[in-house]
Design a binder for this molecule. Structure first.
Ligand code: 1GP
Length: 248
């Protein structure tokens, strides 16, 4: 990755390697040694990048975990922050998420204003993300904490309009998010409809727990697929198979 931005790495990865797996590491849910094991297994088995963060920080090992991962793995480490308090320079880039599916100014722009001077000071790369919560069969932490309604899962046209607005506003990625531990992942039809209209890469995550789930997301148009809960619950023995499933 030497000499190029993390965003350019992601664009090149998609173009030259194909769809990629992002493994989500949540410092509230696992010990430092467990997070390290997941991170190293992800790296050894071809994950495209690691996401690190949590929607509701309740533990106190955030920085220690991040430092341990940062000093062990070389694949890109992307901050996936629940709010401005998680901003750090100890990552390759910050996914600056704006919750475009909400009408809650705090997560549309408020947290960003709080974080902006710190991000500028730290001189860390920022990748702006149009973040869309999709209804997934139960209230997820992200929905609850953001106090926002998700996009109904049977309204792909609403997801398309939000994603297009994100691209037109200059966001660099779109993320269709069913929520961590979602009962149902983002519907294929919605992924397909959004992908058809976008020129920027599409990330899909939430509730994906199997190779079939990966295949469905990728075949519907996901450029990057995020998996967190499955590896937290069942360990990383299937990680290699999940990466293989990206290619059919
Ligand atoms: C959550 O999309 C990610 O932000 C991953 O979801 O934990 O359900 O895999 P899971």
């Amino acid at each position: 990755m030497k000499g190029i931005s993390t965003y350019q790495y992601l664009l090149d990865y998609r173009k030259n390697v194909g769809p990629g797996l992002f493994v989500l590491l949540d410092p509230d849910r696992k010990s430092i040694s467990e997070l390290l094991e997941t991170a190293t297994t992800a790296e050894q088995n071809g994950a495209a990048a690691l996401l690190f963060g949590t929607s509701f920080l309740s533990g106190n090992t955030f920085h220690e975990s991040l430092q341990a991962i940062r000093s062990t793995v070389t694949i890109p480490l992307l901050l996936f922050p629940g709010n401005s308090s998680q901003v750090t320079k100890n990552v390759d880039a910050i996914l600056l998420l704006s919750l475009l599916s909400s009408r809650n100014p705090q997560f549309l722009i408020g947290e960003h204003v709080i974080a902006a001077p710190m991000i500028k000071h730290l001189q860390v790369e920022v990748i702006s993300v149009a973040y869309l919560l999709i209804e997934s069969g139960k209230i997820t932490t992200a929905e609850f904490v953001s106090g926002s309604l998700p996009i109904p899962r049977d309204k792909p046209e609403l997801a398309v309009a939000h994603a297009l607005a994100g691209e037109q506003l200059g966001f660099k990625l779109v993320y269709l998010e069913a929520g961590s531990g979602a009962k149902h992942p983002v519907p294929s039809e919605m992924i397909r409809s959004v992908k058809n209209e976008l020129t920027i890469p599409l990330i899909v995550g939430g509730g994906i727990r199997s190779e079939d789930g990966i295949r469905t997301a990728v075949q519907s148009g996901a450029d990057f697929v995020v998996v967190g809960t499955h590896f937290e619950q069942f360990g990383v023995s299937q990680l290699r198979d999940f990466v293989a499933a990206l290619n059919g």
